[in-house]
Design a protein around this ligand. Structure first.
Ligand code: UDP
Ligand code: MG
Length: 322
């Protein structure tokens, strides 16, 4: 049996500072894996340039020219981490046996690839890389990230706890993923829905090797909102339930007031009434807003726009220019 062909998929957005080092370490790992017979010698490291404004694409092109082990995909513009990752996976899925996706900044421990591939050989289609601790993340990042996973699960989007997008996927799993046509991508929620045999490997997440995080708080919040609203309608249920409760409470208060009126007692409580108007008004706006988010998503999905456009694919055996 010939060894299986692996593609590393690395989304890159303005990563000129780390890319040379990432390429060096991945090349070393790939060589080791080939020598130990775990993967075929045609295996590749594929960088996806997500519309970077710096010299990321030039670096990728040079790497490809200097060594066929490096391949590159240039997206027509910046589409975000999730779309860039999907672009990589979908472009290579027809000529590889397995992929391992990871970030460009060397935060994911390349060392556990061996374990991932062993699990693949044991018959797993999906292997999730899970952070064992978050010692090196700032306290802020740690708390917000932990809160994020907890909230996601409570809201009904089942994700693997402490797993980002460092994961191995078999060709079979990639083909299954290609059947998901949604435009609002949240791969961490989608991949577990595939349902093929899966396993976990643990690793220690390092600090970003160089450069700044491309996920500031604002992006993290919109990622969380996207995750929840793309995977569950539970917020809508919650709104309906809160609305029902408030309506009943209001009706009960009204009855009490009517009885007091009938008894001829004056009604003090204008302040209470005004406050309720503000509180309930705010709640209604929030509710309408959440419904709006879902409607917006449905609108975007109904357009069926492409999730990414490949401008160029550099690959020794399979490259094409589109
Ligand atoms: N990334 C991307 N497109 C974007 C933003 C980020 O392809 O619009 C890539 C980035 O180059 C990196 C990965 O997604 O490889 C994760 O980003 P980052 O390390 O900045 O996120 P963090 O680890 O801070 O959450
Ligand atoms: Mg990072």
């Amino acid at each position: 049996m010939s060894a299986d062909l692996l593609y590393f998929i690395i989304p890159c957005y303005n990563e000129e500072e780390v890319l040379p080092e990432t390429a060096k370490r991945l090349k070393k790992k790939t060589t080791e894996l080939i020598q130990s017979g775990k993967i075929s010698k045609e295996s590749r490291i594929c960088f996806v340039n997500d519309g970077s404004g710096d010299s990321t694409w030039e670096i990728i092109s040079k790497l490809h020219d200097s060594d066929p082990v490096f391949s590159g995909i240039n997206l027509s513009r910046n589409r975000g981490h999730q779309n860039a990752l999907l672009a990589g996976l979908m472009t290579v899925k027809d000529f590889c046996d397995l992929t391992i996706s990871m970030d460009a900044d060397l935060q994911d421990d390349i060392g556990v690839c061996d374990q991932m591939i062993d699990k693949y050989h044991e018959g797993k289609d999906i292997v999730y890389g899970v952070r064992s601790t978050r010692k090196r993340d700032s306290r802020f990042k740690k708390t917000t990230a932990q809160g994020f996973y907890k909230m996601m699960n409570r809201m009904g989007a089942e994700t693997v706890y402490n797993h980002a997008d460092y994961r191995l996927m078999s060709r079979r799993a990639l083909n299954a993923l290609s059947e998901f046509e949604e435009v609002n991508l949240f791969l961490r929620g989608m991949v577990p829905l595939i349902g093929f045999p899966a396993d976990i490997v643990y690793y220690e997440r390092a600090e970003r090797f160089a450069g700044a995080s491309k996920y500031p708080l604002k992006k993290m919040i919109s990622f969380a909102v996207d995750g929840v609203t793309s995977f569950s309608t539970r917020p809508l249920d919650m709104i309906a339930r809160t609305g029902g409760f408030l309506f009943l409470a209001g009706a009960a208060a009204l009855i009490v007031e009517l009885i007091r009126c009938a008894a001829g007692r004056a009604v003090p409580g204008w302040i209470f009434a005004t406050l309720s108007v503000w509180a309930v008004g705010g709640l209604i706006l929030l509710a309408v807003g959440i419904v709006g988010v879902y409607t917006g998503k449905t609108y975007m999905e109904s357009k069926k726009r492409p999730r990414y456009i490949v401008e160029r694919f550099l690959d020794q055996d399979h490259g094409f220019v589109s």
